[in-house]
Design a binder for this molecule. Structure first.
Ligand code: CA
Length: 229
C-alpha cells in the first residue's frame, strides 16, 4: 500500500484530503506543522508528499528544497495563490506537480495516482527490458544471469546480481538504501537496510579496480547509491 504524507496546517483541508486518499486505498499521515513535516519527510519513507506552501515556522519552499536535496520522493505542492504556483515553478525546487486551492478531492486522487505510477516506472518496474546491459567495462546478461568485468566473468549471488542489475538499468538515478532494500528484498519487509551496504561492498569487490574509489557504484553520502554512467 502506498504511503502518503500530507503537510498542511489547515486541519479541515488536511483531514478532507486524508479521507479521500484513504477511500482510494492509500495509507495517509498528516503533519500539521512545517518543522514536523520536514523532519518526517526526511527521516521516514513515504511514496509521495503533498506539501502546502504557506505553513507556520518553515514554509513549503524550504521543505521542498530540503527534501529534494536528499530524496526523490514525488512532491505535489499546493497553494491558495496562482501567483505562488508560478513562483514555485520559476524557482525550480524540484516539485513534481502543483495544484491551486481549492481543488476537488477527486482531482487530487487522480494526480496522486498518476505520480505514483510515473515514479514506479522511473525506478524500474515498467522500464523496457533489455537482456544485455553494457556499461563501460561491465556486461550483464540478464537472461543467463552472468556478469563480465573487462571480459572476465565474475560470480554473483542472486541478490548481488539483482542489486547490480537494478542499479545498472537505472543509471545516474540515486536510490536510498531503503528503496533498494524494498526493491530487491521483500516489498513488505521492515528492513535491515544494513544488508544493502553489505551487498554493495561485495559487488564493489568484484567490479571495481579500487573499492576505495568506486568508478561504477557511487556512494551519495547521507542518501544512498547510484550507478554512474
Ligand atoms: Ca497553509
Amino acid at each position: 500500500m502506498s504511503k502518503i504524507l500530507i503537510i498542511e496546517d489547515e486541519e479541515a483541508i488536511a483531514d478532507l484530503e486524508k479521507d479521500y486518499l484513504e477511500l482510494s486505498g492509500f495509507e495517509v499521515e498528516i503533519a500539521y506543522q512545517g518543522n514536523d513535516g520536514l523532519k518526517r519527510g526526511l527521516e521516514e519513507e513515504f511514496d509521495l508528499i503533498i506539501l502546502d506552501l504557506m505553513l507556520p515556522e518553515v514554509d513549503g519552499f524550504e521543505i521542498c528544497r530540503q527534501i529534494r536535496d536528499k530524496k526523490n520522493t514525488p512532491i505535489i505542492m499546493v497553494s491558495a495563490k496562482k501567483d505562488d504556483i508560478d513562483k514555485i515553478r520559476g524557482l525550480g525546487l524540484g516539485a513534481d506537480d502543483y495544484m491551486t486551492k481549492p481543488f476537488s478531492p477527486s482531482e487530487l486522487v487522480a494526480r496522486v495516482k498518476a505520480h505514483l505510477a510515473r515514479y514506479e516506472r522511473l525506478i524500474g518496474s515498467g522500464m523496457p527490458e533489455n537482456d544485455i546491459i553494457e556499461i563501460r567495462g561491465i556486461k550483464i546478461d540478464k537472461t543467463a544471469r552472468r556478469v563480465w568485468v573487462n571480459g572476465e566473468e565474475k560470480n554473483f549471488t542472486t541478490k548481488e546480481f539483482d542489486l547490480l542489475t537494478f542499479l545498472a538499468q537505472n543509471p545516474n538515478h540515486v536510490f536510498t538504501k531503503d528503496e533498494l532494500f524494498r526493491k530487491i528484498w521483500d516489498m513488505e519487509s521492515v528492513g535491515d537496510i544494513a544488508t544493502v551496504t553489505v551487498h554493495i561492498k561485495k559487488i564493489r569487490e568484484k567490479i571495481e579496480m579500487n573499492t576505495a574509489k568506486p568508478q561504477y557504484i557511487e556512494t551519495i553520502w547521507g542518501v544512498g547509491y547510484r550507478f554512474k554512467i
